[in-house]
Design a protein around this ligand. Structure first.
Ligand code: NAP
Length: 282
């Protein structure tokens, strides 16, 4: 019998706790916690993400400073804005919504975000610190996955975990977090020779591929924990994950659904990181 890890419920519970911490911070420090969100251009998906981030800030009592810049913004203008936010004492976290329009160099822009304000946890410094298992700001989606595992007291110690995907924002930091949590980790990707064989050995599978219903029941060991990071559209245009949920669930001890699984945790972890960044700065 499988159990669903309900990301929506956990995210709601965490937002209440974060809201309480934010309130306490304001009382003890006599100032607001500020998150600057920079959006360049009019990409629809990015606009929705930014709107949701601003909404989450309101929910937990973080002051959001949203900057909407036109698509034709030049590199120098954007760099000047990010540099001023980097120096601004009222700003605890800076987030530049990706992807940026093609004429802009995102690497140069992201480098201007100080490590301690990098609430996305994407910087080389934060990834490096994560690799060294020292204090850092951790990328939101994989950190949300760890919170989901913790919420069900799912131990990772000595477990065989298979992460499918090696992107800088999901797969790679996910693998590092699992290593730091004492799992034995295998990272799979498009060049992996026998994905099914690797998956069948896994106690924990984290799928971050971007291919609808790619992980099928024959790839999953009886009793495995399956975490689905994917956000795709199926043949009917319906939101679905990387896991063939309906067929895989019966084999699992725990599984995350899509929607309502990892997705709602990501923005919540952004709020968590913003609070942590503020608390560390004082
Ligand atoms: P990405 O950068 O495209 O990375 C996908 C990874 O999957 C790559 O490492 C790729 O291997 C691997 N892959 C592709 N085809 C494969 C195959 N046939 N077998 C094994 N591995 C394969 O994607 P991402 O940004 O990490 O995102 C992954 C998924 O998570 C997407 O559906 C995305 O929408 C979703 N996502 C969800 C959230 C959330 O909040 N829930 C947040 C971020 C992302 P190579 O490296 O060899 O190309």
């Amino acid at each position: 019998m499988y159990e669903i890890i309900d990301g929506k419920q956990l995210a709601a519970q965490m937002r209440v706790e974060i809201g309480q911490n934010v309130k306490k911070f304001k009382e003890t420090h006599g100032r607001e916690i500020g998150l600057a969100v920079v959006l360049v251009g009019d990409d629809n998906a990015s606009q929705v993400y930014v709107r949701n981030k601003v909404k989450a800030c309101e929910e937990v009592g973080v002051k959001s400073l949203a900057y909407y810049l036109p698509a034709e913004t030049q590199q120098e203008e954007l760099e000047s804005l990010v540099s001023s936010l980097a120096a601004d004492k009222a700003v605890d976290g800076i987030l530049v919504q990706l992807p940026l329009p093609k004429h802009l160099d995102s690497e140069r822009v992201l480098k201007l975000i100080p490590t301690e304000k990098d609430v996305d946890g994407f910087s080389a410094e934060n990834i490096g610190k994560l690799a060294m298992n020292t204090e850092c700001l951790v990328a939101c989606t994989p950190n949300g996955v760890m919170k989901m595992l913790e919420s069900k007291n799912i131990s990772t110690k000595g477990k065989k975990a298979v992460v499918i995907g090696r992107s800088n924002i999901v797969g790679r930091p996910m693998a590092l977090l699992l290593i730091n949590a004492d799992a034995t980790v295998t990272v799979c990707h498009s060049k992996t020779k026998d994905l099914k064989k690797e998956c069948l050995e896994a106690d924990i599978i984290v799928a971050a591929i971007g291919k609808a219903k790619f992980i099928t029941a024959d790839m999953v060991k009886e009793g495995a924990v399956v975490i689905d990071v994917g956000m795709n559209r199926d043949e009917n245009g319906k939101l679905c994950g990387d896991v063939d949920y309906e067929n895989v669930k019966e084999k699992c001890s725990y599984i995350t659904p899509v929607p309502g699984g990892v997705g709602p945790m990501t923005i919540t972890m952004l709020m968590y990181n913003t609070y942590v960044a503020a608390a560390r700065r004082g």
